[in-house]
Structure formats: C-alpha cells, structure tokens
Design a protein around this ligand. Structure first.
Ligand SMILES: Nc1ncnc2c1ncn2[C@@H]1O[C@H](COP(=O)(O)OP(=O)(O)OP(=O)(O)O)[C@@H](O)[C@H]1O
Length: 266
C-alpha cells in the first residue's frame, strides 16, 4: 500500500473532529474522499500531508509513519494541491512557482540544475500551462492557477498525490482534462471531490466521511448506494453504469423530497 491511514483521531478547537478514521490507497489507485460539508475531509488531508499531527493514529506513506520522517523526506513522497493557494508569494513567475516543487529534492540552499528546468517545462506542458511559464503567478485566473499548482505537485515526483477540490474554478472541459491528466500520471492519489459525478468518473474507490467517521468505503458502484446518498448527503439519487459504460449520478426530479404536492383539480 502506498498510503495507509490507521485509527486517526483529531480534535480541533477542543472538539473531536475525526474519530478512528482508517483508509488506504494502493499503488496507482485513485481514492476519493467524499462527504457533506464539515464531515472532516480537509482535516484528513491535512493529517495525510503532514500539516496536522493527529492525537492518535498513524499515517504511513510507502510504509513509513510520516511523523517519523523529516518534513523534507515527507515532501519527497507526498505532494498536495490545496484549495487555498494564498501561501504563494507575490512577484514569482509561474516557472518559479513550479520550480518550488523541486526544493525537497535538493534542499533550500540547493540550486536548480538543467534537469530541474527540464522537469518544470515538462510538468507545465503536461498540465497545458506551458504558455503561462513567464506570467506572474498571482496574475493568473483561478483555473490557470490550479493547473500550475498541479504542475508544481507533479514536478515534485511524488509517490502520493493529495488533491483538495482540484477542479474548483475550472470550466467543464478543463475539469475533464485535468482529471484525465491525474489518471494518466499513475501516481497514487487521495482526492477530495464535492462533485459526486466527477468523483465516480475519476475514482477507483471512494471513502465516505460523515461527522468525522468513515461510514462506507469501497468501489464506487457498491458504495454509493441510493440509501447511503439519502442518509449521508440527504438527496434522492442513484449511481449506475450507463449503456455507454460510464458511471453517472442521476438525481431525482425532486432530490430533496421537499416539492409541494401537486394540487388536485376538482
Ligand atoms: N481550526 C479549527 N478549529 C475548530 N474547528 C475546526 C477547525 N478547522 C476545522 N474545524 C471543524 O472541523 C470540522 C471538519 O472540518 P473540515 O474542513 O475537515 O471539513 P470538510 O469535510 O473538509 O468540509 P467542507 O466540505 O465544508 O470543506 C468542521 O466542523 C469544522 O468546523
């Protein structure tokens, strides 16, 4: 297993937020973390990419507990693309931001060599962002930023990719392009996706979080049953494979079950 999360317990602001969360992701697998707002998805990701130390439990990447690795060793294994990219300093070009992904491999004082520059160009090209290389990062649109941040994560050559709402800000074509790109990398991925339709297309398996607990996990079709969607998400919907082979979510005409009854004529 590339990623193993065992019995993770986290409290924030004096309140338990995660209760014994256990999940895993194997080699080349894409695992989706889904659940309603506030269910603990981002908190799990923070623990996985080593920005939040859990009260209890362990996160292992390639067999090693991330808290027994140095921050640099952990960064060589795990790369994250997060919703809040405000940590990016003003005044850096896109190439410079992507090159930051090489830092864990040679340390802060190391200098980028020709191989690093080539890796940056290749990652930008793979994310269809090569034409943005000389632009100032902060001048980019939200969707352009997401592509560049994915390029920065890929240039890190991670064994595990952690994605928090990667497709936010993207137009519909760009969403599919970026999801295809993630799949083509072959990197083990743990991805938070609010859009269940995208989750069922991208993920090999899903883990469903509800109020800080894993309430279901497994292959998409077996896990996202109508009963679970009603209980956890509060919507009437079905997930099934259509004749064209694509798995889709279909929401009922009245997904919330709140429509007023049709008046009876008489
Ligand atoms: N720093 C904090 N202090 C106190 N509570 C926090 C803190 N950060 C998060 N929480 C709480 O922890 C719970 C889980 O939050 P988290 O952001 O992990 O949920 P989420 O599933 O990612 O939500 P969303 O889908 O809305 O992004 C929420 O109830 C949130 O209010």
């Amino acid at each position: 297993m590339r990623l193993t999360v065992e019995d993770l317990c986290v409290a924030l602001g004096g309140r338990p937020v995660l209760h014994d969360v256990t999940l895993d992701a194997g080699e080349r697998e894409i695992v989706g973390l889904v659940g309603p707002n506030g269910s603990g998805k981002s908190t799990v990701l923070r623990a996985v990419y080593r920005s939040l130390r859990p009260e209890r439990g362990a996160v292992r990447v390639c067999g090693d507990d991330v808290w027994r690795l140095s921050a640099r060793q952990a960064a060589c294994r795990t790369a994250a693309v997060l919703q809040d990219a405000t940590g990016n300093p003003v005044g850096l070009s896109v190439s410079e931001v992507v090159a930051m992904g090489r830092t864990p491999h040679h340390g802060l004082l190391g200098r980028d060599d020709a191989g690093d520059h080539r890796a940056v160009r290749e990652a930008l090209a793979a994310c269809t962002a090569g034409h943005l290389a000389a632009r100032e990062f902060t001048s980019l649109s939200g969707g352009e930023r997401q592509r560049v941040l994915l390029a920065r994560a890929l240039v890190q050559r991670p064994r595990l990719l952690v994605l928090d709402e990667l497709t936010n800000h993207l137009d519909i074509r760009a969403r599919f392009e970026l999801l295809d790109l993630v799949r083509s990398t072959g990197v083990t991925t743990l991805a938070v996706l609010h859009d269940l339709d995208l989750a069922v297309r991208l993920c090999d398996r899903v883990v469903v979080l509800h109020e800080g607990e894993v309430v279901a996990s497994g292959p998409v079709l077996e896990t996202l049953t109508s009963a679970l969607l009603a209980e956890v998400f509060g919507v009437a919907a079905t997930v099934r494979r259509h004749d064209d082979g694509v798995v889709r979510v279909t929401y009922a005409a009245d997904p919330l079950g709140t429509a007023a009854p049709t008046p009876v004529r008489g």
